[in-house]
Structure formats: structure tokens, C-alpha cells
Design a protein around this ligand. Structure first.
Ligand code: PMV
Length: 306
């Protein structure tokens, strides 16, 4: 029996634009999804994923298929169980589940796998289910830490932070469809290519300017860049009233910066602010209708529990 785990993620800056060629900044968070793999001898694959929404185990099943094929694993049956701290919070449980499943399979069947191979297999597996996606979530779950990332993992570059980063998260309670929001932005791009291209480029510039502030622990300056980034996301049409309400309240409560994290249309907002204001920001996010909590960065990526 083997247990592997992978951290969840939050997009710090650069969502949507990453699909148009600019870098994004992503953090692995200190909440995890664990996958236990045990061998059986009855030829059955039994999946026990109590936290998966609606019992949907598509990502896990695909990860088993891709992992077994690529790592040449021949089994006589498997029992697979997930234990999640990520479910339903917009923290990237599908990617974390994929990465942890392939990591657990490799360890259980003693197949050596490095981080790049784990990323590539997991990304391939996620794309088979979701068809689109930059893979930033897979990278965060694989490598951990804070990463500068470009589409399809062409560049995955870890940032070294001088100070620990804490993010205040407000979950809207609404599950967003990443695929339909990406599609909506694509339609906008087809309709107004110059305008949308300019927005994506401007987001890319912000990401490049913000990264050194993050590394140096200038979180106030980084927060201001987050605010500018959010204005562009609003222009793209991916924000909505509940998300705007949370962002406004968080800033009123003392956040330096607040923005959507991810595709928008639901899921999460993130806020960054002085530690002594965290309680006020949490309260403000709850007042605006969100479920609020604080997360830190997970320095570790996917691993095996011994
Ligand atoms: O909503 P999430 O957390 O899946 O983030 C989507 C981010 C996008 O840039 C819109 C898509 C992507 O795969 O990068």
C-alpha cells in the first residue's frame, strides 16, 4: 500500500493571459489531497473518492489509465482511495488528484519518476478529460512553491520568496466552469482581437513587474499589481457581482490587493494584506457572502508518505 499527496493551488496573477502566451504566477497551497493505492488480486479497480463532487471520478480514472500505460504497470486489481482537504474550494482538486494518483502508482509499483515526467503525464491526463488548460495547476501540484509558469509547461521556474506569503481566500460558493469561461474569452478574442490581445499583453507586463516584488517580500507592492491585474480581468468579463463584492469588502478591510484567482465566474478571490488585518479581511469576505480562510504556500510538491 502507498499513500501519495499533492498540494492544491491558487493562481496569483496572469490567469487567462497565460493561454495567450504570457507567464503567470501560481502558488502551491498548504492544503493537500492524498491518494492511497493498494493492490488487489481480483482484477477489479475499486475507487473510493468520498469528497469528489457528485461522485465524479473522471480525473482519477484517467490518471490511473495514463499512469499504468506510460509506466508499464500491469496490475491484478487496485483499490484507490482519496482523502482531500481541497474539495469544493476552487483549490485545484482535479489537478492535485491526478498528480497524487500517478505519484502513488509509480511508488507502489517501484517505477522511478522525476518531477518533469510526473508533470508531463499528469498534464496529458488532465487534457484528456478537460481538453483545454495551461497546466499551471498541475505544475503547482507537482513542484510546490511559487512558480512563474508559461502555457503547457514550456517554462516552469520556481521563485524564491524572502518572506512567507499568506493569502486570504474567499470562496464564493459557486463552482465555476473553467472550460466555458476560457471559451467565452476566446470568443471575445475572435470578435475583438486587437483589444483582447492588448489586455493579455498588459497582464503579461504586470506579471513580469510583480514577480520581483513577490520575491523580495514587498507584498504591499505586489498587492497593487494584483489590483491592476483584476481590472483587466473585469474588462475581459470574467468577474461577477459576488466576486466584486468580496474584493471590495476585502480592500475596505485593509487588504493591499484583491482579485479573482482562476477562471472567474465563481470559485475564489484572493486577498493579500498585513497580518494584523487578516481577521478583519476574513470577516469582510464572510460578510460579503464568502467562505473565508487563510492559506500559506506549500514548499513541497507531490510526494510519497513513508
Ligand atoms: O479556474 P481555474 O482555477 O481552473 O483557473 C483557470 C485559469 C485559466 O488561465 C483561465 C485557464 C488555465 O488553464 O490556465
Amino acid at each position: 500500500m502507498t499513500k501519495a499527496y499533492a498540494p492544491g493551488k491558487l493562481m496569483l496573477m496572469g490567469e487567462h493571459a497565460v493561454l495567450y502566451g504570457t507567464p503567470c504566477l501560481v502558488a502551491a497551497v498548504d492544503k493537500y489531497l492524498g491518494v492511497i493505492v493498494e493492490r488487489r488480486d481480483d482484477g477489479q479497480v475499486h475507487i473510493d473518492a468520498p469528497d469528489s463532487p457528485g461522485g465524479d471520478v473522471t480525473f482519477l480514472s484517467e490518471a490511473l489509465k495514463v499512469g499504468c500505460e506510460a509506466l508499464r504497470i500491469k496490475h491484478t486489481g487496485l483499490w484507490v482511495k482519496t482523502i482531500s482537504q481541497l474539495s469544493g474550494l476552487g483549490l485545484g482538486s482535479s489537478a492535485a488528484c491526478t498528480v497524487a494518483t500517478i505519484r502513488a502508482l509509480a511508488a507502489e509499483f517501484q517505477k522511478p519518476i522525476n518531477e518533469r515526467q510526473l508533470f508531463d503525464l499528469s498534464y496529458q491526463s488532465v487534457l484528456r478529460v478537460q481538453k483545454i488548460g495551461s497546466g499551471f495547476d498541475v505544475a503547482a501540484s507537482t513542484y510546490g512553491g511559487v512558480l512563474s509558469y508559461t502555457n503547457q509547461g514550456k517554462i516552469i521556474s520556481p521563485l524564491t520568496l524572502a518572506e512567507p506569503l499568506a493569502l486570504v481566500v474567499g470562496f464564493s460558493g459557486e463552482k465555476a466552469s473553467t472550460v466555458s469561461l476560457v471559451e467565452m474569452v476566446k470568443q471575445k478574442y475572435e470578435q475583438y482581437p486587437d483589444k483582447v490581445q492588448r489586455i493579455m499583453q498588459a497582464i503579461g507586463v504586470l506579471v513580469n513587474q510583480a514577480a520581483p516584488e513577490l520575491e523580495e517580500g514587498n507584498f504591499e507592492a505586489f498587492g497593487k499589481f494584483m489590483n491592476f491585474n483584476h481590472e483587466y480581468l473585469r474588462d475581459l468579463g470574467v468577474s461577477n457581482q459576488p466576486l466584486e463584492a468580496m474584493i471590495l469588502r476585502a480592500k475596505e478591510a485593509g487588504a493591499w490587493g484583491a482579485k479573482i484567482s482562476g477562471a472567474g465566474g465563481g470559485d475564489c478571490v484572493i486577498a493579500i494584506g498585513p497580518k494584523e488585518k487578516h481577521a478583519d479581511i476574513l470577516h469582510a469576505l464572510e460578510q460579503a457572502g464568502g467562505k473565508a480562510f487563510v492559506v500559506g504556500v506549500s514548499d513541497k510538491g507531490a510526494g510519497v508518505e513513508v
